[in-house]
Design a protein around this ligand. Structure first.
Ligand code: NAD
Ligand code: UDP
Length: 315
């Protein structure tokens, strides 16, 4: 297959490029580098099956040649308002990537009669009132809150995709990605995994926002791309959660990182930095991924963190 991946210079996009090339496909990467990093693709530049186009997906995409699949991953992804790469500081860009960008990539898939896969998120469930989150849960989202530019862009994208699937027979798929981590996450976008690892490797206290009792469920990137690839190759058109159902509090997570890095500096609590609408509990129900795709995560949190810490030590 010839596959276009938007957001290719980002964390997940670059790992997806690697995975698809490894499966023998031809990959065209697209990115405008708003939050991505050229370094993430350097190792692919001599690969004859890989090419790259610098382009903003919010502009119409004119493309030479046939595509068999379009995977739309371009969007800022960090909720941290203190980073210039966080979506609160790129609000219009985030809404545009998840509206105009989705529209443009859908049209490209439709013109090519190609498969389409969209990177949605657990954020469509907002600060959830149901636990764990099943795909049938409609969510608890503030449409004007400080995360709304991201949450509502993703929810709008899902609605647009279902409209293309239902009314135009476009061959669409939606993955709802839960917190994923691994090598190549930006150290300065303020997300918890690279922030804690950087702090720990410098023997600084880990910055806990709020009281640390909020939970997340962290999936290692290799597991995630395996699940996404299975979804791409499937005929499932309704959203599928992909994530690791092992739920952990941010406090326990910080203890784990300090233990793995021998960081003596402990933690620093920032009760004031519990950002508005910070979801209090998040854990995927992955029954659909298991039954439809035969997928479940294989890399446990300890092992995934060891690999990620090692990658930050060598970079
Ligand atoms: P990232 O910031 O590392 O990658 C996003 C990439 O998209 C960057 O390279 C950025 O430059 C590019 N981009 C943004 N707007 C663009 C535009 N208008 N035109 C072209 N390129 C553009 O983030 P990530 O963690 O790799 O996330 C990738 C996708 O997965 C996003 O859509 C995100 O919402 C989704 N997602 C990620 C996670 C996670 O845990 N990493 C969880 C849920 C959903
Ligand atoms: N967090 C934290 N310290 C940090 C960064 C994040 O305590 O330096 C917390 C944040 O408040 C949230 C969780 O870690 O509860 C996960 O944050 P992240 O930004 O990685 O993504 P989210 O899951 O909120 O989208």
């Amino acid at each position: 297959m010839r596959v276009l991946i938007t957001g290719a210079a980002g964390f997940l996009g670059s790992h997806l490029c690697d995975h698809l090339l490894g499966e023998g496909h031809e990959v065209v990467g697209m990115d405008n580098f708003v939050t991505g990093n050229r370094e993430n693709l350097v190792h692919l530049l001599r690969n004859k099956s890989f090419s790259f186009i610098r382009h903003d997906v919010t502009e119409v995409i004119s493309f030479q040649g046939k595509l068999d699949a379009v995977m739309h991953f371009a969007s800022p992804a960090s909720p941290n308002p203190e980073s210039p790469f966080g979506y609160p500081n790129l609000p219009v860009e985030t809404l545009a990537a998840g509206s105009l960008g989705t529209f443009n990539t859908l049209n490209l898939a439709r013109m090519n009669a190609a498969r389409y896969l969209f990177a949605s998120t657990s954020e469509v469930y907002g600060d959830p009132l149901e636990h764990p989150q099943k795909e049938t849960y409609w969510g608890h989202v503030d449409p004007v809150g400080l995360r709304s530019m991201y949450d509502e862009a993703k929810r709008f994208s899902e609605a647009l995709i279902m409209a293309y699937y239902r009314s135009k027979n476009t061959d669409t798929r939606i993955v709802r990605i839960f917190n994923t981590f691994g090598p190549r996450m930006r150290v300065d976008d303020g997300r918890v995994v690279p922030s804690f690892i950087q702090q720990a490797l410098r023997h600084k206290p880990l910055t806990i926002f709020g009281n640390g009792q909020q939970t997340r469920s962290f999936c290692y990137v290799d597991d995630l791309v395996d699940g996404i690839y299975r979804l791409l190759m499937s005929d499932e058109h309704f959203p599928v959660n992909i994530g690791n159902p092992m739920e952990i509090s941010i406090l326990k997570f910080a203890e784990m990182i300090n233990h793995l890095t021998d960081n003596p500096a402990g933690m620093d609590f920032h009760p004031d930095k519990r950002f508005d609408n910070d979801p209090q509990r998040r854990c995927p129900d992955i029954s659909r991924a298991k039954s439809l795709l035969g997928w479940e995560p294989k890399v446990d949190l300890n092992e995934g963190l060891k690999r990620t810490i090692a990658s930050y030590q060598t970079s």
